[in-house]
Ligand binder design. Sequence first.
Ligand code: FCB
Length: 448
Amino acid sequence: MKYPFPADFVWGAATSSYQIEGAVTADGRGPSIWDTFAATPGAVRDGTTGAEACDHYRRYAVDVALMRELGLGAYRFSIAWPRVVPGGTGRVETRGLDFYDRLVDALLAAGVTPWATLYHWDLPQPLEDRGGWPVRGTAEAFVPYVEAVTRRLGDRVKHWITHNEPWCASTLGYLTGEHAPGRKEPAAALAAAHHLLLSHGLAVPVIRAHSPGAKVGITLNLTPATPASASEADADAARRFDGTFNRWFLDPIFGRGYPTDVVADHAAEGVDALAAVRPGDLDVIAVPADFLGVNYYTRHVARGPEAGNLPRVVEEPGPEGRTDIGWEVHPESLRALLVRLAREYPATPLFLTENGAATHDGPGADGRIADVRRVRYLEGHLMAVAEARAQGVPVRGYFAWSLLDNFEWAWGYAQRFGLVWVDYATQTRVPKDSARWYAAVIARGGVE
Ligand code: FCB
């Protein structure tokens, strides 16, 4: 085998609550910002919502059986805060917790290790009504929610991820407005990012208290920036992108505070990026974690302002093209990212908590789904992980995004990331060729 992985390497797949569960009013679930946002005309490209999605809330047993069939060692899912604390604060809804209890028991019975994410973007709407992540109270409200979840599941779930992609939750939610709650307020976005990180720091000791021996981490979406040319302007654009996208989250988590160059960029535009930071917050955020979750899909080619930006020789997309969502396929950037993380933030076990490709391939005449480009994508990125490991990078596991085709946020159902095809009209699941391929990789422990 050309790219072997160790026997204890974690092979998984990932999903998130709003993207697959449906059943948005079942068992006392309260509304989330994604219910509200998706119902807003024009917010989701195909006008759909997660109201039904993959109906996983009712069909979880079928999905767990699929995981067993594929030989998954681990399953990363998220818990919906509005199922557990429908009002955002206050009363805990036992029926919501019962669902995750059943799911966890089914996973364990199938030999699949549960990895639970506590926040994958479905904030209870009542908390947004009180200001959302830009207000400190939301970070404080996260703590009793996490306590309720970990008290109930902490005896059986031993892998916890506090947040999924705080860059997306803050920037897309509060700066560009592409995601829920759809606000476009630069100062609020910075405050949101801080409170997301603060709530991570506040949650870690609570998780440890209720889940003895648990491994706890946070998942960041990290996107390396390549300057489009050798010009100074492009190098600076790459620095800025890396600063706001990657270092803004990595540095405080690893105890270095917010990057001073980015703070200075904001100050030059008259913005105090640290307005929400209170004494002691950075210590809370820097709480030691057990691992870093890395979500990687693509790189960013950074181009500074055009005027006087010479030379104009602009970096072309890599030879492997783009997936159907338009993201460049660039596995080499994943290898480089992992090597960089191990060098700049050493001694932290890394897990690829998401990686995958959107392709439209559906059933052929024989019913088979030949998603060749997804197989090639996954293979290339697993090879990159193997190469990083060979360079000494402590990558301990890989979760394909996603187990199922699902509600792809602002794209609705128009983008399919699943290893398993979902026919939304009948809720039939059909493993694609990529699922069979991945099962063979897992069985063999590597890529040939
Ligand atoms: C990530 C999200 C995940 C999914 C993939 C395609 O940013 O964490 O929910 O939408 O992108």
